[in-house]
Write a protein that binds this ligand. Structure first.
Ligand code: ATP
Length: 362
């Protein structure tokens, strides 16, 4: 049975703006769900409705079998971690950790047990407990914020962009930490981010949202390999998936210069115009000698160390990005005057979309 269920949840703000449309989701116990999407797509509003901080315009939210639409936030057994840590600056770290428990009148003996357990899970040195938040780094403050939720032993953890105030290196470290803590604490977690890398690396399942509408729900692998529409295809993965206009003729994809890729099976698709998606690292890059392939006039190259990125044009209107191992780029011996490469596509690497509906065909 689902642990958290959203049934046709909608949110229209008093000014008439609809932030969330028909949100349906079943979260299983101990699952780590990531809501991801661009700024303003309704992630925070969805989380706040589950927390009880925002009312629903229609629909239902259940925690186990209990409908919680009208339940006070404090009665939902949910704890929320925010991006700005929300620590009390005048209190010590210890007091910050236990404040919520004291308000709930949890006995001191029990508080001591929970704090001990939390600092063990967090790997937090005992002496930090006497410090004030100002004496801690951003990562340490975020760990205290996590600790404060762990001591409450909630059934559900909600996290709203908890890493966005940290620098890139610390974000990577804290991603790992949060996953480790999740495995230890085993609480159902719903995590909100606009960062697709966080979503891909942390989630059991990802919910991709855009303009208040769920675009796809799936494991990171499903969402990456089988994006259900053009939005998901271009939102997940970096560098972004390339989109190329082509024709579907006699079981083959035909590009503007005549280059053809035969498909193993016919498509259930009646139209001729088709939109082809291909990830930058999913193509074979060759010296420009094979005229029947797609040619890329390279405008710029970026060396990232192990890999390199090529930026160029395949036609007057169409740009393309290619990612390839740097050693392979060197073999192509590109020069300013001879900066053209040939690209070969394998049918299994092509994502095919209907240009009108933007939905995946195959
Ligand atoms: P971000 O990543 O920027 O936090 P988000 O995906 O979490 O974005 P929400 O905060 O859920 O987005 O907001 C969704 C939309 O609802 C936005 O367009 C926002 O401007 C709008 N919105 C949020 N709160 C209100 C409100 N009280 N009244 C009217 N519109 C609102």
């Amino acid at each position: 049975m689902a642990y958290v269920t959203f049934k046709d949840v909608k949110k229209i703000f008093p000014n008439g703006f609809q932030a969330v449309h028909q949100f349906d989701l079943e979260v299983t116990e101990n699952e780590f769900i990531v809501l991801v999407g661009p700024s303003g797509c309704g992630k925070t509003t969805t989380l706040r409705m589950l927390a009880g901080l925002e009312t629903l315009t229609s629909g239902e939210i259940y925690i186990k079998e209990k409908k919680v639409n009208d339940l006070e936030p404090k009665d939902r057994n949910i704890a929320m971690v925010f991006q700005n840590y929300a620590l009390y600056p005048h209190m010590t770290i210890y007091d910050n950790l236990v404040y919520g428990l004291k308000v709930q009148k949890v006995p001191q003996k029990e508080i001591d047990i929970r704090v001990k357990e939390a600092i063990k899970i967090l790997g937090f040195p005992q002496e930090y407990l006497k410090r004030k938040p100002v004496q801690l780094s951003g990562g340490q403050k975020q760990r205290v914020a996590l600790g404060r939720t762990i001591v409450r032993r909630p059934a559900i953890f909600l996290m709203d962009e908890p890493l966005s105030n940290l620098d890139a290196k610390l974000r990577v470290q804290m991603r790992y930490e949060i996953n480790r803590i999740h495995r230890e604490v085993k609480a159902t977690t719903i995590y909100v981010t606009h960062d697709q890398v966080e979503a891909m690396t942390m989630a059991d399942r990802i919910v991709v949202m855009n303009e208040g509408v769920i675009q796809q729900i799936g494991t990171p692998d499903e969402v990456y390999r089988f994006p259900s529409n053009v939005f998901v295809a271009t939102f997940i993965g970096a560098p972004t998936m390339n989109l190329i206009k082509a024709k579907y003729i006699k079981q083959a994809i035909v590009f503007s210069n005549g280059y053809q890729v035969a498909l193993p099976k016919p498509l259930a698709f009646q139209k001729e115009d088709i939109l082809v998606g291909i990830r930058p690292d999913d193509m074979d890059v060759k010296k420009v000698d094979t005229q029947h392939l797609l040619n890329l006039a390279v405008e710029n190259t970026e060396l990232l160390g192990h890999d390199s990125i090529l930026y160029g044009d395949i036609s007057k209107e169409e740009k393309l990005v290619v990612k390839l191992p740097t050693h392979q780029l060197k073999k192509l011996s590109l020069t300013k005057n001879k900066a053209v490469v040939s690209l070969e596509f394998q049918a299994e690497n092509l994502h095919l979309f209907d240009p009108e509906t933007q939905q995946r065909i195959r």
